[in-house]
Ligand binder design. Structure first.
Ligand code: SAH
Length: 473
């Protein structure tokens, strides 16, 4: 190890930055975040430093560096573009054993500034020892995505209970177990999902009872898996996938996404397979309730967004009724995913004033009000409409939409096998049939579909796309 990582308390301590440009400003900001008393010495300072000075947050001396500037400093950073000045600052500091950093010149530094992931009070610092700041930054970004934004709140929770937990469990092994349960289990998840009161209550109960049962009760995560491309998962979805004990998923969830779940997690398929009868919604609800009752962390993984034609509402209802804790994680819905990957801006204001999502058919065979939907300057997105694509198009024409209204049918949107068929209301059904398009497919109707020609940026690997292009001619 070339450098010893330490965390330095510089609150209210005098710190000096020599230099007034952008680089200096970034260092000043860092020192301010650690609540240092910052002085800047530079003939001129840039805009952000002027702002900090005018706000009284830093002191500025508009002159050249003088040796006495480093008197009583806790640390010094040199960020000028004058090599001689940087060198002198470094030498003077070293003579007096004051920690000094010269930005981007490792040989002149007695300390280096790491890349930081700030989840205060939790802070992760990454350093490549000056060998490759870019590498350190890349690593930092990875850590950024791994550490939930609310991680600091967990530390505050622990801080608040620390003394009481110490008194409650005199045995250090027991105490450690207790904290492991709190910081990795459902309590942590509640904190991160913003359910702070419930989290504190669970810790309270565990402390009073002296058992861990309130820390390991089962719960359900209703998670949107997006339209297919695993890159479109939210950070929270990925994190929950890695800690769930069991994953309950259906047909729309791709294998690539499922592969991201924790290896040891049990997987339960509740979708429809060819020829088989699918489980009823009541049966699926019952499975979720039963698993959670067994104390498991259940990840209910659903295509797209759980609350958009995903029956997430029905599942949440069943869980709420049974008093089972749950959280809902939104996902990219098919309309957003497919339109983005097909280059169709759903509400481009030159073409559409509104956008409506409708199902191709209703739950109990009820009627959809197609007359109300046949509006100009409106984009219509039809989920589950593949089988009825012909009656839908014919009906919209009958209700007054022009037969030449552009329409797109997008199959397997956002995946490598995405197929985009572009036509108009009159010709789309015939072309879709001749291409033998299958599920899942999304129908988009409206003038915005024209923009596909200009904005199609995503090239799928599938030959079917080629034939779709030929079909359009
Ligand atoms: N909750 C989901 C929708 C479930 S309904 C969501 O928010 O996206 C199922 C319908 O979604 C399918 O019939 C199809 O119309 C649409 N769909 C879902 N994923 C799709 C995809 N990758 N490509 C095209 N259509 C998709």
């Amino acid at each position: 190890m070339d450098f010893l990582p330490i965390f330095l308390d510089i609150r209210s301590r005098p710190c000096l930055v020599v230099g007034g440009g952008e680089v200096a400003a970034r260092k000043v900001e860092l020192l301010m975040r650690a609540n240092a008393a910052v002085t800047v010495v530079a003939l001129e300072i840039g805009r952000s430093l002027v702002r900090y000075r005018d706000a009284g947050r830093i002191t500025h001396h508009a002159r050249a560096f003088q040796p006495a500037d480093i008197d009583a400093c806790a640390l010094v950073i040199a960020a000028t573009d004058d090599e001689a000045v940087n060198r002198e600052v470094s030498r003077r500091c070293r003579e007096r054993a004051i920690p000094v950093n010269v930005v981007d010149v490792p040989p002149l530094c007695s300390f280096i500034v790491p890349s930081i992931v700030d989840r205060s009070p939790v802070v992760v610092a990454v350093s490549s020892g000056g060998s490759s700041p870019v590498l350190a930054r890349i690593l930092r970004l990875r850590l950024e995505t791994m550490l939930p934004a609310g991680y600091g709140k967990l530390a505050r929770l622990a801080e608040g209970f620390r003394e009481r937990v110490k008194r409650r469990f005199s045995n250090t092994v027991q105490r450690r177990r207790f904290w492991e349960r709190v910081l990795q289990g459902p309590v942590a998840e509640m904190m991160l999902a913003g359910q702070e009161r419930a989290a504190r209550l669970a810790v309270e109960v565990a402390l009073q009872q002296g058992t861990f049962s309130s820390l390991s009760s089962g719960e359900v995560y209703l998670v949107g898996a997006g339209p297919g491309d695993p890159d479109l998962l939210t950070l929270r979805a990925v994190r929950l996938m890695q800690q769930a004990d069991v994953v309950v998923y259906d047909r729309l969830v791709t294998q690539e996404i499922l592969d991201l779940a924790h290896r040891g997690a049990e997987r339960i398929y509740v979708g429809k397979a060819c020829g088989e009868k699918s489980l009823s919604q009541e049966q699926i609800n019952a499975i979720l309730v039963r698993l959670a009752r067994q104390g498991k962390r259940v990840l209910r993984l659903k295509g797209g967004d759980p609350f958009i034609f995903g029956r997430g509402g029905e599942e949440a209802d069943a869980l709420a009724e049974q008093g089972i804790p749950f959280q809902v994680v939104p996902g990219v819905t098919a309309a957003s995913g497919c339109s983005a990957y097909a280059g169709i801006p759903l509400t481009h204001r030159d073409y559409a004033h509104s956008c409506v999502f409708v199902p191709g058919h209703m739950k109990d065979g009820g009627e959809i009000n197609w007359r109300a939907l046949a509006q100009p300057a409106q984009t219509l997105v039809v989920y589950m409409g593949l089988r009825s694509v012909r009656p839908i198009c014919e009906r919209l024409i009958a209700e007054g939409l022009a037969a030449a209204t552009p329409a797109a049918l997008i199959q397997n949107g956002t995946t490598r096998s995405q197929v985009v068929l572009i036509a108009d209301l009159a010709s789309l059904p015939g072309k879709a049939a001749s291409l033998d398009m299958g599920p899942p497919s999304l129908l988009i109707i409206g003038e915005v579909v024209r923009l596909h020609q200009r904005f199609a940026w995503f090239a799928s690997a599938d030959a079917a796309q080629e034939s779709a292009r030929r079909a359009v001619g």
